[in-house]
Design a protein around this ligand. Structure first.
Ligand SMILES: NC(=O)c1ccc[n+]([C@@H]2O[C@H](COP(=O)([O-])OP(=O)(O)OC[C@H]3O[C@@H](n4cnc5c(N)ncnc54)[C@H](OP(=O)(O)O)[C@@H]3O)[C@@H](O)[C@H]2O)c1
Length: 266
């Protein structure tokens, strides 16, 4: 298997941590785990003990250009090149998500929460991709994966809007999250078109509903999710995502794929 180097943001828990664990289980991978702040989660600490030679932990706050650039400089110095960037860090909103408990009042989500969603979920990946681009260009795979969400599929909202029956509860909450992820899809396609001459591949990835902090927050507010029972593990999703990502070709540039490799609409 070819040796590859991956940068994973939001790597201390949830889906990001599952990526780190699964990638390190492959003998040929090096992982840069980007986390917001110490102390490291228990999971990451034990992986550092077991795989210190193939795991570099770097501090990265996705909303701060200064922090992201410092992380890129450190990785450039210590590792030199990257094959894959996985922009995984994300939030569903701020506070206790009271907006989710409510009603049909979309306006109940505070503006501050909506702005924070854009800052972390949309601008964060852009800052990271820009800062680490020189390292990606030195790598072989030259691939950026923006972890998005089915919440960001505009087509599904349009269908719900045009349908005669009421929209599912899942579509009545989290407008900041939905808008920030829809914009992320555009970022993927736009950068894919702008930079393909350099051999870069950009995709958006829909990981599905996962048993994580964020997934539980979402489930708490969505009757649809409650009906589905317990969410699948982050590891099951991450396993599928890694397989899909490892098989990408230039023909996939700009696509929005789910963790089975199937295309989502825009
Ligand atoms: N879980 C689901 O059902 C689901 C469904 C669709 C899409 N997704 C997407 O999957 C991705 C991973 O989510 P998850 O479910 O694993 O969530 P999670 O368990 O809540 O983890 C989120 C990660 O993002 C990090 N993060 C948050 N804000 C950050 C910031 N400003 N700078 C840097 N890191 C930051 C967190 O770090 P801290 O620990 O420091 O807060 C944490 O490591 C997200 O992009 C999410 O939108 C999840």
């Amino acid at each position: 298997m070819t040796a590859t180097t991956w940068l994973i943001t939001g790597a201390n828990r949830g889906c990001g941590l599952a990526y780190v664990k699964l990638l390190l289980a492959q003998q040929s991978t090096t992982v840069v785990a980007a986390v917001r702040k110490p102390p490291l989660s228990e999971g990451l600490q034990s992986m550092q003990q077991a795989h210190g030679d193939r795991l570099k932990v770097v501090s990265l706050e996705a909303t701060s250009a200064e922090s992201v650039e410092a992380a890129a400089a450190e990785v450039g110095r210590d590792i030199g090149a990257l094959d894959y960037i996985v922009n995984n860090a994300g939030i569903i909103g701020t506070g206790e998500l009271d907006f989710g408990v409510a009603t049909e009042d979309q306006a109940a989500e505070p503006l501050e929460s909506i702005e924070r969603c854009f800052s972390v979920n949309t601008l964060g990946p852009l800052l990271v991709t820009r800062a680490f681009l020189p390292l990606l260009l030195k790598g072989n795979k030259k691939t950026v994966v923006n972890i998005s969400s089915g919440s960001g599929v505009v087509t599904w909202r349009q269908q719900a809007a045009a349908a005669s029956e009421p929209a599912p509860i899942v579509f009545k909450h989290g407008i900041g999250y939905a808008m920030s992820k829809a914009a992320l899809q555009m970022q993927t396609a736009a950068l894919g078109a702008q930079l393909k001459e350099h051999g870069l591949i950009f995709i958006s990835m829909d990981p599905g509903w996962m048993d994580t902090g964020l997934g539980r927050q979402g489930g708490k507010i969505c009757d649809l999710f409650k009906l589905r029972g317990d969410p699948p593990s982050a590891e099951d999703s991450a396993q599928g995502q890694i397989e899909v990502i490892s098989g990408l070709t230039p023909a996939d540039n700009g696509k929005f794929l789910n963790f089975h490799g199937e295309p989502n609409p825009f």
